[in-house]
Design a protein around this ligand. Structure first.
Ligand SMILES: [Zn+2]
Length: 223
């Protein structure tokens, strides 16, 4: 079955290359790439990536404030302390989605490599969390139609990038004014608790509430 999937993905990639290049139809039928969700509701979407640092303070905030959050986890990062994340999904309002196995730029891989990274991660996340992920955050936000095609073959309904990165990478970034439908990017780093508080404060300042991503993607016809 795995092999059939790879062959189909390879054939479809070929068809895409032959038929869709330069066409206005390029990308039709492929899962969309979403950096911001069209919505009339006063909501923002908090997403947290990778999973290498398991800060108890960040978990406490998410659980106590009942923050709906989407976690794009690397299976390897989740595997050495699975309980940290299952607590967030079982006692909190977190859902776990796909961020590949080893965090490559998917646009640089062939069809077999894309399949191994995306389907492979999906299978491992499903084993641990009991639900097959339907969303993919492509590492570095790197996407093209072939990545979308590979994602589709792995059951992905939408590729989710972000509107604003609140992660402290060395320096704390300036806090933007959030708008309805914005997707906030955070990471499981040692500064997550502070970064999360900054994001929640920015949401409050803009009169917006964190909301679950998938139902809003569905409502917008994007998943
Ligand atoms: Zn990442």
């Amino acid at each position: 079955m795995g092999r059939t999937r790879v062959v189909l993905a390879a054939l479809a990639a070929l068809a895409l290359a032959l038929g869709a290049a330069g066409s206005a139809q390029a990308g039709v039928g492929l899962p969309g790439v979403v950096a911001q969700v069209p919505t009339s509701e006063k909501v923002v979407f908090i997403t947290i990536d990778d999973g290498w640092n398991h800060d108890p303070e960040a978990a406490r905030i998410l659980l106590e404030k009942r923050v709906p959050v989407t976690l794009f986890l690397l299976p390897g990062a989740a595997s050495y302390d699975t309980g940290y994340f299952t607590r967030l999904t079982e006692e909190g309002r977190a859902s776990v989605e796909n961020h590949t196995v080893s965090h490559p730029d998917l646009t640089t891989l062939d069809a077999v490599g894309k399949d191994a990274e995306v389907c492979g991660a999906g299978e491992r996340i499903e084993e641990v969390f009991g639900r097959a992920p339907k969303l993919l955050r492509p590492p570095y936000g790197a996407v093209n139609d072939e990545v979308r095609l590979a994602a589709k073959a792995c059951g992905v309904k939408a590729l989710v990038t972000w509107t604003h990165d609140f992660t402290t990478w060395g320096e704390t970034p300036p806090t933007p004014r959030l708008k309805a439908g914005d997707i906030v990017l955070l990471h499981f780093t040692p500064t997550l608790a502070a970064d999360l508080e900054r994001a929640l404060g920015a949401a409050r300042a803009a009169g917006l509430k964190p909301a679950a991503l998938m139902p809003h993607l569905k409502a917008a016809g994007l998943a």
